[in-house]
Ligand binder design. Structure first.
Ligand code: MRU
Length: 346
């Protein structure tokens, strides 16, 4: 089985997701700025995986600081955290994990000095990683209860082991748990333009798990729903506002509108760390815009649009809470009104 992210012999080891499914290559990082670049360049992607990677990146940053002066350590550590924070703007798990590491440094420095703090940072990063594995399993169990025998589930982007610390994933965790419970489910994977996470990652993961999957292009989802070939939609999330509006991979909103039109329950699966209680509604969620070449070229290669064409490339969209049947977390399933139900799970 592949490993998404690992703390290995003092390095951060990442599977290079840009090369999947053709090549299973691992990259080792010893410098936190390189980890930030890896997040930005999509070596690793998916909200929880980005959070775990940033925590490990912060550990590298701490270990590289050569001083016994706690003030100087904290100033240099903050600079490294700033670089990690600037890697991607939408997935809130990034900022959540960085905040955890900042807190560890702030409390450990006065308690035990620099060497003690370096040790505590490593312990915290491993904790973030191990907790994510446990949380994903729990979300899978909670979500599998909503799946009926024989369901065909549509998913968008990749919210599997590759998008988290490993093993289960979020939306794919629900699918894997339902499969293991013998529910005889099938999956429809949207290819997910422009990065093709559905085609390259979701299809690959599900095939490895021997879960029946059919790949479609994004514009086929409505046709399948109209023909009653989809019973449920389950997706992940990059950030959930306090009112239950969900930012996820571009195209998710379209799927949610289609699901509503066809009375198909639309579920979101995410750990509590993806819920941003500081952001009241989806309007406050920053949406990453990425390079035009991701739209004009296929996988950095073949050009498919005229030279010089103007491009808009938002990487995420926001699904309003009224299109969502439930938000599956490790603490239980929240339902409308989400402001109240999410706050209760906190
Ligand atoms: O741009 P990406 O690949 O990082 O976007 C990932 C997604 O949108 C996932 O669906 C989301 O992070 C949920 S992952 C558990």
């Amino acid at each position: 089985m592949f490993k998404t992210v690992e703390w290995k012999n003092g390095c951060v080891r990442l599977i290079d997701q840009r090369l999947l499914p053709e090549e299973e290559t691992y990259l080792d990082f010893t410098d936190s700025d390189d980890v930030a670049r890896a997040i930005k360049d999509m070596v690793v992607r998916g909200a929880p995986a980005i959070g775990v990677t940033a925590a490990m990146g912060a550990t590298l940053a701490g270990k590289a600081i050569e001083t016994n002066d706690t003030g100087e350590f904290m100033a240099k550590f903050e600079k490294a955290l700033e670089t990690l924070s600037a890697s991607r703007p939408t997935a809130v798990n990034l900022f959540w994990a960085i905040e955890r590491m900042r807190k560890v440094a702030k409390t450990s420095l006065p308690d035990g000095g620099v060497d003690f703090t370096k040790q505590k940072l490593e312990e915290e990063a491993i904790k973030v990683y191990e907790e994510d594995l446990v949380i994903n399993k729990k979300m899978g169990e909670n979500g599998a209860e909503l799946i009926e025998a024989g369901d065909t589930i549509l998913t968008h982007c990749n919210a599997g082991a590759l998008a988290t610390a490993g093993d289960y994933g979020t939306a794919l965790g629900v699918i894997k748990a339902a499969h293991l419970a013998g529910k005889n489910i099938k999956v429809i994977a949207d290819e997910t333009r422009p990065w093709l996470q559905g085609a390259r990652l979701t299809a690959w993961e599900l095939m490895k798990e021997k879960i029946p999957v059919r790949l479609i292009t994004d514009n086929m989802a409505g046709h399948l729903m109209k023909k009653r070939l989809v019973n449920k939609v389950v997706v992940g999330a990059d950030r959930i506002a306090a009112n239950g509006d969900v930012a996820n991979k571009i195209g998710t909103y379209t799927v949610a509108v289609l699901a509503k039109r066809h009375n198909i329950p639309f579920y979101v699966t995410a750990p509590m760390s993806t819920i941003d209680f500081e952001t009241a509604t989806g309007d406050g969620i920053p949406i990453e815009e990425r390079d035009p070449s991701e739209v004009t070229n296929i996988m950095g290669g073949q050009r498919i649009a005229p030279e010089g064409v103007e491009v808009y490339n938002p990487a995420f969209d926001v699904t309003p809470n009224d299109l969502i049947a439930g938000i599956i977390t490790e603490k239980g399933v929240a339902r409308a009104p989400f402001k109240e139900s999410l706050a209760k799970l906190r």
